[in-house]
Design a protein around this ligand. Structure first.
Ligand SMILES: Cc1cc2nc3c(=O)[nH]c(=O)nc-3n(C[C@H](O)[C@H](O)[C@H](O)COP(=O)(O)O)c2cc1C
Length: 365
């Protein structure tokens, strides 16, 4: 199984991947070593084991699961507990939990630890009403007086490192990321991912990188900067000049699955068509293979593959025709045939993504 994971692709694509992977430098966040400073951000209904595996194959230095409810775990809800499953081929994975109650979170963290992640992460960024209304997610940023107890109770229940993922504050008037990080440091949290928006912003405006840089330089814990890193140029720029110790990429890799690797292209290589439409088709096939082991039914498999197909096709010519064809078939094999025709027979092989175009403007963090 391990050998398979080491070389999941055909020789030509694998050699391109290996060339860029060899240029990555490991980074330590707290006591954990990651293969690169570019990590996959947690994303609900997306950051499942097959997608995390694929992203590690394609250079992510580490990954975080989608958010999992502590109450679902404690009630032994089967679907919830299945979300904790880690593939034996995954290397640097954190399981993210959400909840508002310290004791319930501590109990759930203990269960999650048995699935052998590298770390447990607490969701403190989710802006969604249903989560915030219960006092969980970004709501936790509102009353810092309870955070010490919250962190220490969870921390005491597990042996592995504990991290948090926050937003910069609840709203523009109450930006308090630095205060939260100081409390986290006191209670033994190892590192902090910060989405550079307030809860009030949801996904509007842009991530406040000025503040993220300030945190990266001055905060007492390792900081993972997150938000709007959607192009290889911007990511390379951050890797060279940022105060942050690492970066999380969420939406970007959905449309460009090579985004963990492309920042490592050299100037000459960047002008060539390094990753081709044919490469996109090959990784899609791999994703289908990984997904088969985890799908609850043919229908859920089709829905998941179709949404990834459409995201990955973004930026190529004739995407809307491709999308229409996909939606006309309820069959996965047929969908893959349509995709093969699209990716393998493309005339204009350039992918042209508009990195400033707004894309997926809701999510759980
Ligand atoms: C569809 C979607 C689902 C998300 N789910 C989660 C989640 O489960 N936990 C979390 O902490 N953040 C979640 N987020 C937030 C991302 O991790 C990230 O902070 C945000 O998208 C900004 O980064 P980006 O600009 O690279 O996408 C989600 C975002 C999206 C778009």
């Amino acid at each position: 199984m391990t050998t398979k994971h080491n070389a999941p692709f055909k020789a030509e694509l694998q050699s391109k991947i290996d060339t860029l992977k060899a240029r990555r430098k490991p980074v330590c966040l707290g006591s954990i070593q990651f293969d690169s400073p570019l990590l996959l951000a947690p994303m609900s209904s997306i950051g499942t084991a097959p997608y995390r595996l694929l992203m590690e194959d394609l250079g992510a230095g580490g990954t975080v699961s989608e958010l999992v409810s502590c109450h679902g775990i404690n009630y032994k809800n089967i679907r919830t507990v299945q979300m904790l499953k880690i593939d034996p081929r995954e290397k640097n994975i954190g399981l993210q939990l959400f909840g508002e109650n310290a004791e319930a979170m501590a109990l759930a963290a203990k269960v999650a630890e048995e699935f052998q992640p590298k770390f447990i992460d607490i969701n403190m960024g989710c802006p969604v009403k249903k989560v915030v209304g219960t006092g969980a997610g970004s709501s936790l940023l509102k009353d810092t007086s309870t955070l010490g107890h919250f962190f220490s109770t969870i921390k005491k229940s597990i042996q592995i490192p504990l991290s948090i993922k926050i937003r910069i504050g609840w709203d523009q008037e109450t930006i308090n990321a630095m205060e939260v990080i100081h409390i986290a440091k006191e209670e033994g949290i190892e590192f902090v991912a910060v989405h550079g928006r307030t809860r009030a912003q949801q996904y509007t405006g842009s991530a406040n990188w000025e503040l993220l840089e300030h945190l990266g330089g001055k905060a007492p814990l390792d900081i993972i900067g997150n938000g709007d890193l959607h192009s290889n140029k911007l990511i390379r720029e951050k890797m060279l000049h940022s105060n942050c110790q690492a970066f999380m990429l969420g939406r970007g890799p959905l449309r460009n699955p090579f985004l963990f690797l492309e920042p490592y292209l050299l100037p000459g290589e960047e002008d060539t068509l390094f990753f081709t439409p044919e490469d996109h088709y090959e990784i899609l096939q791999k994703f289908v293979e990984y997904s088969r082991d985890y799908a609850h039914s043919d229908h859920t498999l089709l829905i998941s593959i179709r949404k990834h197909l459409i995201w990955m096709a973004a930026g190529f010519n004739n995407v809307s025709i491709f999308r229409d064809q996909l939606f006309k078939t309820p069959d996965l094999n047929e969908s893959m045939k349509i995709s093969e025709d699209f990716f393998m027979k493309m005339q204009d092989k350039r992918k042209r993504l508009n990195d400033h175009e707004s894309f997926m403007t809701s999510g759980h963090g």
